[in-house]
Write a protein that binds this ligand. Structure first.
Ligand code: AGP
Length: 599
């Protein structure tokens, strides 16, 4: 969701910015632009893709300082006018911004009554405010700091001054932003991937800090203007991790990576004695709590629903799972010793972060399970568990979901053992079996492509049913299908359809049923008969040992509790092929952002 890249150095900046913006495309956007400075400011911006921006950029303009942006519309429609960069009235200041300024109307009324605005964005308010304050203070850095101190809400900002070719002004609050360090250049980017082509050295920024980014130095200042020192870190990413290689889409690559991710998790969470390796403080926090509250959104929420099953069944601790955006405004009564677990692939989801801020204020411990260890949710929680899934670029989450479940299963077993509970479940051994089963499934792409073609060629809607943990996997299957193929898909508990939704079943309506659980095998098949009797075109995905003649697809046998890690793979692939055959943009579905950094 919106991305920033900025560069100040010796090289021509156009290609560096465009390349960086391409690396941010995965976050989701609807318009893009760059501004470069050399004698004067040159701005190119477009509605649409970076490829269109490339065509719009004047090749003859050369500059060694510039800022770029991908915009996901919040205030004002996706359009060229609302695309960033935005300029102050005189044209002296040019800005790119991510986030949402909550008090932009107040700022406008109080400081900008006489200023004629050119766009509908909250961003323009910031750049105009800086100009007004600079006219008053005659000091750009002081005006910049004063302006950002007046803002409430979330922001990551990069600003250039047409009268200063040696500075990019940077600020951050709640929205992610990193400084990239080089020999004779410095950069700024929403995430390390956008600058990995020029450096692997980065500085984290804390909320409300501002930065003077120059060719030869980086000065970080706190809100009072006091200089702050900070050690850089090395991004543990390889540029090949963020390339598609021979794959047509990142989503397909990431689906295929799942067996390797599970093996990596086994390796990372096991010590030399083959015991679970986990931060003892996390173990203690799990042992001490009387109830766990899992907070997450989207696919991570679906992983949380399964995490509840693992923790309750194995470690005997009650767990509530909440959608972050609801919890924030409607907090339930909490137990005496709660532990909050935040599950987030990106670690930047604003809805989850808003709950984290509230629960930290209440003094409750927090554990973040994330794929991005340096992310906001990771930094702000007491403890972090890393998913080790490698960068997930496709908007539709696949490998992070299965990684989340694997880590939750390990955590549940570790807690059970710490509590002295007897378990007949070796998570590492069972996960190794899961990894092999995943591999067997990713080898059957042709069969799954055929199923997608048979069941979903022109359908308007599709239902997923399951019972017990299969129901939760159905929820994830329906989210995958709708987000990338735009087929209206819903997941239901098998027994629930007949309480209303069965009214929607018509001749040929696709219903995908999961049957991987012995205790409900009979009843879910009964639900399939009910919908078939009303004309549904049903497909049963079952597990070896529970399968029956006529099942559309059979997954290999794995431990009952871990079936979601395997049964989701045919659903991911069916969604992928359904989207592909409908000519949808699989990796960058319309209206969606990878990292949802606004509430
Ligand atoms: C997954 O396919 C989605 N694109 C989305 O639901 C995602 O899982 C959700 O936005 C939460 O993101 P997070 O895991 O980064 O917090």
């Amino acid at each position: 969701m919106c991305g920033i890249v900025g560069y100040i150095g010796q090289e021509d900046t156009k290609e560096i910015l465009l390349n960086g913006l391409e690396k941010l495309e995965y976050r989701g956007y609807d318009s893009a632009g760059i501004a470069t400075l050399n004698g004067g400011v040159n701005i190119s911006k477009v509605k649409g893709r970076i490829a269109t921006l490339r065509e719009a950029v004047d090749e003859n303009i050369h500059s060694t300082l510039g800022i770029g942006h991908t915009r996901w519309a919040t205030h004002g429609a996706p359009s060229k006018e609302n695309a960033h960069p935005h300029q102050s009235t005189s044209g002296r200041f040019t800005i790119v911004h991510n986030g949402v300024i909550e008090n932009y109307m107040d700022v406008k009324n109080e400081y900008l009554a006489d200023v004629e605005l050119k766009s509908e964005t909250d961003t323009e308010i910031i750049v105009q405010l800086i100009e007004v304050l600079n006219n008053e203070l005659q000091d750009v850095n002081a005006a910049f700091r004063k302006a950002v101190n007046l803002l409430t809400g979330s922001y990551a900002i990069a600003l250039i001054d047409a009268e200063d070719e040696n500075t990019i002004y940077v600020a951050k609050n709640k929205s992610p932003l990193l400084v990239g360090l080089g020999e004779d250049f410095n950069a700024v980017a929403s995430d390390s991937m956008a600058a990995l082509h020029i450096t692997d050295q980065f500085l984290e920024l804390m909320d409300k800090e501002t930065v003077l980014l120059r060719r030869e130095e980086v000065i970080i200042q706190d809100p009072n203007g006091k200089n702050v020192t900070r050690e850089p870190f090395t991004a543990e990413l390889d540029t090949t991790d963020i390339e598609k290689g021979t794959y047509p889409h990142f989503m397909l690559k990431e689906i295929d990576e799942q067996p390797f991710v599970i093996r990596k998790i086994i390796q990372q969470y096991k010590n030399e004695d083959d015991q679970i390796k986990l931060d003892p403080e996390i173990r203690e926090a799990m042992k001490q709590c009387d109830r766990i509250y899992i907070i997450a959104a989207g696919t991570s929420y679906h992983a949380g629903l399964l995490g509840k099953q693992f923790i309750e069944k194995l470690a005997n601790i009650p767990v509530e799972v909440h959608v972050a955006s609801e919890f924030s405004y409607n907090m339930p009564l909490l137990s005496e010793k709660p532990l909050f677990i935040y599950i987030s692939q990106s670690g930047e989801t604003a809805d989850s972060r808003s709950v984290l801020v509230q629960t930290k204020e209440l003094g409750h411990p927090a554990l973040t399970i994330t794929n991005v260890p340096g992310s906001t949710l990771s930094r702000e929680a007491d403890y972090t568990l890393h998913l080790h899934a490698g960068p997930e670029i496709a908007v539709a989450s696949t490998k992070a979901y299965t990684a989340q479940m694997a880590v939750l299963a390990i955590l549940a077993v570790d807690t059970a053992r710490a509590k002295g509970l007897e378990l007949d479940f070796d998570p590492m051994q069972e996960l190794a079996i899961v990894a092999n089963a995943m591999e067997a499934l990713t080898d059957q792409k042709e069969a799954l492509e055929e199923l997608a073609k048979d069941y979903l060629p022109t359908t308007r809607n599709c239902f997923f049913i399951g019972r017990g943990i299969d129901f939760y996997v159905g929820l994830e299957g329906s989210l995958k299908l709708k987000e990338i193929s735009y087929i209206q898909a819903e997941g239901f508990a098998g027994g629930e359809l007949k309480h209303g939704t069965i009214a929607l079943i018509e001749e040929g309506t696709p219903v995908i049923a999961l049957a991987t659980q012995k205790n409900v095998n009979y009843s879910i098949r009964g639900n399939v008969q009910e919908v078939e009797a009303r004309g549904a075109n049903s497909m049963i995905i079952s597990m070896k040992g529970l399968n029956k003649d006529g099942d559309a697809f059979v997954i290999p046998h794995v431990h009952d509790l871990l079936t979601p890690l395997v049964s989701v793979i045919p659903l991911q692939l069916i969604s992928y092929y359904a989207a592909l055959h409908r000519d949808c943009d699989v990796d960058k579905p319309r209206n969606l952002a990878k990292s949802v950094t606004v509430e």
